[in-house]
Design a protein around this ligand. Structure first.
Ligand SMILES: N[C@@H](CCC(=O)N[C@@H](CS)C(=O)NCC(=O)O)C(=O)O
Length: 208
């Protein structure tokens, strides 16, 4: 059985969505935010971050994008991502990497600004730059969504869920909805998706 280490409102949101779409039973472990992490948790997540997915064979995987790609590969019938031989696979990998390496770190610079400056007075500037970088990334994804129903291919994939998770972390939701109409169009549809509604009830990613 899978075991998911997560926390409400965290990157565990998309992994929980993937496990639900697969219909895979899993053990849910809530990891409290603490400066004194459990050494057993640090052994599987050296940065003390969630999500972590422990596989049925006991190996643990960190990094939300890697977990999503792995689950999609292991459960092809769930259609979580275009298959390796489908043309849309390239877009899927591209956007998963873009979102996890460009957008997610910008979010972290906003919410953990103290880690990104040695200047006690410097966090405000880090936060301002982080939001500017988030805005730059979302504008790129918004343009990629123009004229499309889904970020990759012609059906919902984990890339869409990953995207709405990230945009929900924007500090100015009203601005986000107005500034990126194509992301908002996708997000509006996912806000009505029964699974997203269920997950949002516990994660409170966006106002119900
Ligand atoms: N690169 C990681 C980032 C994970 C991450 O930063 N998770 C946050 C929650 S959304 C966390 O656990 N933060 C606690 C910390 O960094 O101390 C991923 O994509 O999974």
């Amino acid at each position: 059985m899978y075991k998911l280490y997560t926390r409400p409102g965290s990157g565990g949101f998309v992994v929980e969505a993937a496990l639900a779409l697969i219909d895979a039973p899993f053990e849910h472990v809530d990891v409290a935010k603490t400066d004194r992490p459990d050494p057993a948790f640090l052994a599987i997540s050296p940065l003390n971050q969630v999500p972590v997915l422990t596989l049925p064979d006991g190996r643990s995987v960190t990094e939300s994008a890697a977990i999503c790609i792995l689950l999609a590969e292991r459960h092809p019938r769930a259609g979580l991502a275009p298959a390796a031989d489908e043309p849309a696979r390239a877009d899927f990998l591209r956007w998963m990497a873009f979102m996890s390496s460009m957008l997610y770190p910008a979010v972290l610079r906003l919410y953990y600004a103290h880690r990104y400056t040695a200047d006690a007075e410097g966090t405000k500037a880090v936060k301002t730059a982080a939001v500017a970088e988030m805005d730059r990334g979302f504008a790129i994804v918004d343009a990629a969504l123009r004229g499309r129903d889904w970020l990759v291919g012609d059906r919902m994939s984990l890339a869409d869920i990953y995207l709405v998770m990230l945009v929900a972390w924007h500090p100015d939701i009203d601005k986000a909805r107005a500034a990126w109409p194509d992301i908002e169009r996708l997000w509006a549809r996912l806000r009505e998706h029964p699974l997203m509604r269920t997950l949002n009830a516990s994660h409170e990613m966006w106002p119900a």
